[in-house]
Design a protein around this ligand. Structure first.
Ligand SMILES: [Zn+2]
Length: 115
């Protein structure tokens, strides 16, 4: 395999699916930075990208689309979790007995980050 000649490459290798693709976005390029691609990849995916690593810094549009969809889904889940946990708190307070107890709501439960 003559992999030494880089001139024959007709596209870029996607960091996420490892396929050669002509239409990619550079993770650390202007658009990639705007879309926070590196941040999303490092947050959601089991891989880590770093500006100084030796691996490709490009991602194909198909993968980015899926990453964006995943991000939206996660945002939705986070929103639902916040909403439910706050609702849950208020309902448990109201359904408690008549004796007024001081419930500490200042310490919000913060779960550790996914990774
Ligand atoms: Zn891809």
């Amino acid at each position: 395999m003559g992999s030494t000649d880089k001139a024959v490459i007709t596209g870029f290798i996607c960091r996420l699916c490892s396929k050669m693709n002509r239409f990619v976005i550079h993770i650390y390029g202007e658009e990639g930075e705007r879309m926070k691609l590196a941040e999303k990849i490092n947050t959601y995916l089991p891989i880590t990208v770093n500006a100084n690593d030796q691996l490709p810094k490009t991602a194909c549009l198909h993968c980015i689309e899926r990453l964006e969809a995943h991000h939206e889904l996660m945002e939705q889940f986070m929103f639902a979790r916040r909403k439910l946990s706050s609702e849950n708190k208020s309902t448990t307070i109201t359904t408690s007995s008549t004796s007024s107890t001081s419930i500490d709501t200042t310490t919000a439960s913060s779960s550790p980050p996914p990774c």
